[in-house]
Design a protein around this ligand. Sequence first.
Ligand code: G3P
Length: 249
Amino acid sequence: AGTGTFFVGGNWKCNGTKESISKLVSDLNSAELEADVDVVVAPPFLYIDQVKNALTDRIQISAQNSWVGKGGAFTGEISVEQLKDIGCKWVILGHSERRHAIGEKDEFIGKKAAYALSNGLGVIACIGELLEQREAGKTFDVCFEQLKAFADTVPSWDNVVIAYEPVWAIGTGRVATPAQAQEVHVAVRDWLKKNVSSEVASKIRIIYGGSVNGSNSAELAKQEDIDGFLVGGASLKGPEFATIVNSVL
Ligand code: G3P
């Protein structure tokens, strides 16, 4: 950790029931969370209101996706305006599951990010390579191309957190080594310096996601350019998520 306030997000993905979420919220409410960490959880849309009403204000709420423009006749979508209305401060965009399972493309993701930022949501902008891309030596190329799609559209990087999530590490139990994650985070910062500005490069938080848990987070957090985490599976367990939040110390 080195840049800005440590940032830990819990991406609950498509998990939970009213009952399990109520238990998770009560575990989070009673957890001791270090003061100097930004903590965010992203429940499934359906449960955002339940979570917002019960969760301590200490933890902010993110959506897992948002529509690319103003709401209206877009069946099945949720607009940025609605997310703000219900109390969301953030949205996760470009997650690998939306890129690879749903087929979202760079350009569409870039437009979503621009719309969300212009309309007052913070964006957790996800990038990351597939295993075959890493094995073919294309990790940086893939990450830079995904970054470029954000750089081409976003009005400002002030409310952006970049999440590097190597796809091979997501939900697999195969976490990137601290050195592997650090190497990409440095490359991302360097790309931003060359293509956006030194100021953005030095201020932006770059967080790591992919099989982060309560046992590996402290080692990862020691890396200079790992400024937090985006946690999937382990964020469904309140006490373990709290351990990850507190791992910066
Ligand atoms: O967005 C978080 C994520 O994709 C990582 O998931 O389950 O490997 O922590 P997980």
